[in-house]
Design a protein around this ligand. Sequence first.
Ligand SMILES: Cc1ncc(C[n+]2csc(CCOP(=O)(O)OP(=O)(O)O)c2C)c(N)n1
Length: 518
Amino acid sequence: MNNGAQALIQTLVGAGVDTCFTNPGTSEIHVVAALDSVPDMRAILTLFEGVATGAADGYARMADAPAATLLHLGPGLGNGLANLHNARRARVPVVNIVGDHATYHTQYDTPLQSDIETVARNVSAWVRTSTRTEELARDAAEAIAAAIGPPAKVATLIVPADVSWHDGAEAAAAPPPAGSPAVSSETIETVANAMRVSHRTGMLLGGKALREPGLRAAARIAAVTGTKLFAERNVARLERGAGLPAVVRLAYWPELVSKQLDGLEHLILAGATAPYSSFAYEGKDSSLLPAGCAMHELAPPTSDVLKSLEELAEALDAANAEPVLQTASVPRPPEGPLTAEKVCQAVGATLPEWAILSDEALTSALTLPANTAGAPRHDWLTLTGGAIGQGLPVAVGAAVACPDRPVIALQADGSALYTIQSLWTMAREQLDVTVVIFNNRSYAILNAEFARIGVQEAGPRARAQLELGNPDLDFVELGTGLGISSRRVDTAEQLTGALEHAVADPGPHLIEAVIPAV
Ligand SMILES: Cc1ncc(C[n+]2csc(CCOP(=O)(O)OP(=O)(O)O)c2C)c(N)n1
């Protein structure tokens, strides 16, 4: 006979959820103990819950399947919240297992007692507290089914300690996932009509439309209609590089998006939502749609986007059109003192085939798309929910999901420090991740925001909130202390050499690129 914890893990593994990013405590100790009786579960310790949740996000983006997290009551879940927010925005499945005090213990309001469900609800579309050992496996099966969807979501199962430790449980099977709903033929026809009458159309692609089959279908439509292809700003995963159709990702700053979308009469949404500025700016419109541009929703993110694109291609006689594909071309290795742009060039010049780029380089990544467009085929994972501290954990999860693919984490210094403990998990699990830190010693984007609100010269007290010097951060010491082979580079030649070395020597590496603040 199993105890609840054993049946819980068996249920996860039975449904294919065989990876769990953990940071456990006393209330989860029976789940930890059960790991040795279910060896098919790979449990990976993280040193902060934001690493566990961000890793589950990165894993799901690459595996197209959920990982589990194991978190410690309300405070542990709360520590993981920012990256669960990003996972929700990435529209990926995650199964959180959160321990709680034993059911009879909660009445005493001991130190870790809190309202876990309220913490969970902000990010989880499915929340349940299991109350009986006999029902725990069934609850877990329902959590998995809810996470997978479609649509994919964050599901949180709260497990009181006594529900885990009692005997009398049996594993349960998760129901098979249903298909995503299809889009009506009227919708396809309406969009096709708009594209027939106007040649100034754009398609904003999101979700599965940004994988090869979706990109090819969209590019066939573009070959016939001349529509311009864009990717949503919050890209969870974009397949790109030589041999694939190229798309332009929407910029961050609203005025740049205006330039990108300028002149469009129709914008078609395929797996993406309407474009709005991330933040409001006084006197500026929140919508990024050009004046007079009509918007049509071909396929909401929750629908079968690929099928709708294929049906639209049929309707436009584009099913057999030749899509325009990105040609191979990489930048020349840069020379001289480092700048953010030269780091992007060096990445483009050395990017190995099938790399996974986890991009949280923020202001330093401005030229990354151009410098990697014709690089060998790769996947690009970006910050989906704007909560910084995502890049390194996502790299951990992507590397666990795809052990045969090199992961390159392009990481702004300020954002790196939210979840710097990720480096330790990379070292412990010997993940093939090369972390490139863009050390500009600044929260540079916030400096740019200052200029945008018309403040030319921030006062010393304001500046102190935006500069990361005094003391200067030493990422080589940080990386070394967390167990990663780490080096600092000051010139473009050194950087290219360090990247080539990292590519040739699979395993975790950290390269600190010291660059001027923009
Ligand atoms: C969780 C969270 N906290 C704070 C912020 C606000 N914020 C946005 S960007 C930023 C600084 C980013 O600095 P850095 O990562 O060094 O990148 P840079 O701007 O220098 O390119 C901060 C603090 C945020 N977006 N998310």
